[in-house]
Design a protein around this ligand. Structure first.
Ligand SMILES: [Zn+2]
Length: 137
């Protein structure tokens, strides 16, 4: 048994998790959490469910990898050899779970890619608002 990781001093640091599909190590904020709930494997988009979790890139290829060999990668990562893995159901909910995590990353604004820089600059400056210029048009 491993003790709970993540102390208060680590709060600012994004923990790294390994994708069960491609085995790449990624910041956990970019990964989807998968848990066993009621004996079946499900996505945990908010990453709040208790218990052991497995992690998956938001890439359908990684889901397929994790589902190979009767989902052995999932079962191993979750230490749940008897868990019920409904591949069709997971595929169906994958899109939704992925959207959730994208939203969490992107924040409330869903603008074009360039807008991220503008937002960051505005937040840093704090004074003048760019909106003022835009309103005139
Ligand atoms: Zn992956």
């Amino acid at each position: 048994m491993r003790a709970k990781v993540g102390s208060a001093s680590d709060a600012a640091h994004v923990p790294i998790r390994t994708c069960v599909g491609c085995r790449r190590r990624q910041p956990r904020t970019t990964l989807l959490r998968v848990v066993v709930r009621g004996g079946r494997v499900e996505f945990d988009p908010e990453a709040r469910a208790p218990g052991r979790g497995a992690w998956l890139c938001s890439d359908a290829a990684c889901l397929e990898q994790a589902l190979r060999k009767e989902a052995r990668p999932f079962r191993r990562a979750l230490r749940a050899p008897d868990a019920d893995v409904d591949a069709a159901r997971l595929r169906a909910s994958f899109g939704e779970a992925r959207r959730d995590i994208r939203n969490a990353q992107a924040g409330p604004s869903d603008g074009p890619p360039g807008s991220a820089n503008a937002t960051r600059g505005a937040a840093k400056g704090g004074g003048q608002r760019r909106d003022d210029a835009v309103v005139r048009e």
